[in-house]
Ligand binder design. Sequence first.
Ligand SMILES: Cc1cc2nc3c(=O)[nH]c(=O)nc-3n(C[C@H](O)[C@H](O)[C@H](O)COP(=O)(O)OP(=O)(O)OC[C@H]3O[C@@H](n4cnc5c(N)ncnc54)[C@H](O)[C@@H]3O)c2cc1C
Ligand SMILES: Cc1cc2nc3c(=O)[nH]c(=O)nc-3n(C[C@H](O)[C@H](O)[C@H](O)COP(=O)(O)O)c2cc1C
Ligand code: SF4
Length: 683
Amino acid sequence: MSVLATSISGREVAKGLLVLQILNGFGFSFKADREPVPRPHVEADNNINSAAAEVKDPPMLIASPLDIKGRHFSSRTVMSPMVPNCAGEDGSVTDKYKNFYLARARARVGYIVLGGVFVHEDGKGFRQQLGIHSDALKPGLTDLAHTLGKHTRVGVQLSFKSLQKLPEHFTLVEIQRYRDAFVEAALRARDCGFDAVELHACHDYWLNYFLSPHFNHRTDEYGGSLENRFRLLREVTEGVREAVGDSMIIGVRLSMDEFVDDGLTLDETLLAGRWLEGLGVDYISASGGIGKTQDRMSPPMEVPRGSLLQFSKALKANVSIPVIGVGRLDRPDVYRDAVESGAADLAAVGRSLIADPEYVAKVLDGRDKEIRPCLACNFCLVCLHRNENVQCAVNPYVGRDLLKVEPLKDPLRVVVVGAGPAGLSAAAVAARRGARVRLIERERIPGGMLNAGKVPPNKEVIQDLIDHLVAQAEASGVEIITGHAATPSDIQSLSPDRVIVATGSTSIAVRAEGLDNNDRVVLNEDLLRFGLVLEGMSYIVVGAGAGGLEAAQYIAESGGKVTVIEMTRTLGKGLHATRLGLILRDLEKLNVRVMPGTKLLSVDGGRVEAETAEGRVSLGPFDSIVMAVGYKSEKQLARDLASEFPVATIGDAMQPRSIYEAVKEGLDAAISLDSPGASEIAG
Ligand SMILES: Cc1cc2nc3c(=O)[nH]c(=O)nc-3n(C[C@H](O)[C@H](O)[C@H](O)COP(=O)(O)OP(=O)(O)OC[C@H]3O[C@@H](n4cnc5c(N)ncnc54)[C@H](O)[C@@H]3O)c2cc1C
Ligand SMILES: Cc1cc2nc3c(=O)[nH]c(=O)nc-3n(C[C@H](O)[C@H](O)[C@H](O)COP(=O)(O)O)c2cc1C
Ligand code: SF4
């Protein structure tokens, strides 16, 4: 990276002054440091190929093959069952669905389990879930099984989502009907050429409902003792085995612990595991959690990696059939170690394969540095729970998984302004297409707002993304110029064919009496980037969106005292429930006072007047008033350039949003530099 200008930009001077102001306001005299956040920037690889050349010794166990029921698995790697929610509304296979899996199958996943495939229309949980409930779907399923089967072993997770209807409300006739539906679905799976069926007996699905004392309050032979609660799963397993014969693999996925007081515990699921082995089940997949403890099922960044492996390990000690382990094995070392350490016979990843379809291949080859890192942000689950196609914050190719980025017809000169995720993403793809790309960044380090976003507790994963995006841009040949705020005349002097403006946004403050020229006011972004927290000082954070809550967490963990006020009743807007729940729990532990429905009216020195449903309240005094109320796009440069150059404005510069839009619009801008710039190859 080169530094064109060593002079400090006006904006940085303002920030430096702000730091001094704040610290002076606290009675301290510090030297303003213009380098944000004392975290070292890890220099990225210059070249993807050189990273590829650095191949480690092949990991022994995870790469070793395995035979189950005479079927050969090329490695111990598994794609965990996930509903991508992009099948037809009638449950049929679509190209999008097929390509989503094909991209992963080609990249050497040893075993793919198609997520939550419904066996009966009454058990359909998502609008675009895949179905296996009707013979009419068989041609599409057969094609899918054959297409994926050329590359890997494929199983169908047979599922029935019992929406809001608890076990006690099922009549014996209904039990018989849906049990039969599992058996018929398994037969279809066999006829279509799949290697395995996996019974979905976890995560609030029907078979889990019956097994779990938390959900099952029946008093007949299907409720009460574990033996009775297991009855339905036993009957389904026996029915499926009888129907499909001995050569097809049958797996079962269990929530080994439901993490609720009256739920399934390990003692019971270990026993159930032994019973399943006795019934001829060929493997057990050891998951955890239910809907209300989803933070254990798909652990967000707040939960340590590998937290569910204790269950696969315990199960392995109790059964002799293969056990699959799962749960945030999202970095290569943790992934390899899951099998290497003996915690699991096979190791499954879900979100890591959404974020990078080649996660498994790269892990097997030791190409760790090339992996596009999953952030465990659960934006994919936000999409699913909105009943939309699953998308990924860091992988803009999801939903167009076989997109081929074509070389440009003419070698265009492209200037990209701003090295946040949008600019980095655009620059890398444009350069890969053959453009001569200069990426100009005002700050001394790339990453944009992510340099503030990575600071709160548990968010170090964001640095992994910055490193990845920078490595991709550099490997593609982008010239990255840092420490220079691009002006219209800079751009004119470079005479580019295209300009991509990715200048991002800046934090805004609310307007209220007493805020102007109040030296206690600090923007959320600056608080984080400059680490403006002093132990024992008191802070009020205005705004309890994701940014406000994370800032409060950061302040409290750094020893500050915090109150958060939020005008609306909504906390943590945009965060998935798994993250929000854990952040709120953490704030409570840290004695942070969170006040929804509280509107800032005025400030007098450090005292804050606010309005609540109960009337006016006076809060404080506070040493610092942190603004976390929103952002404003930086559009001026785009406006100045629009009459002279073809300009594309992307990411927060277009509208303040999130990493997802930034990275996606970066890709879109690069593939539309000329048209058509890319083509979707059907699998
Ligand atoms: C505290 C915080 C936490 C966040 N956490 C998350 C999160 O967990 N998940 C999530 O999805 N999103 C998060 N976000 C939002 C996310 O960071 C932004 O949506 C994203 O960074 C936008 O990317 P961008 O590239 O469009 O803009 P930015 O990241 O803002 O990058 C713009 C870049 O342009 C540079 N620039 C501006 N003008 C010029 C110029 N004239 N010349 C040269 N360079 C210029 C800026 O210095 C900056 O580096 C967070 C934001 C904040 C502030
Ligand atoms: C978008 C999404 C959809 C999922 N759908 C299913 C499903 O249909 N069946 C299932 O058993 N688990 C499902 N899961 C859970 C995953 O299979 C996996 O167990 C969990 O995400 C933990 O693994 P990971 O940390 O590698 O993502 C889903 C997870 C995600 C993120
Ligand atoms: S959306 Fe977030 S959690 Fe889901 S796969 Fe992508 S990076 Fe991982």
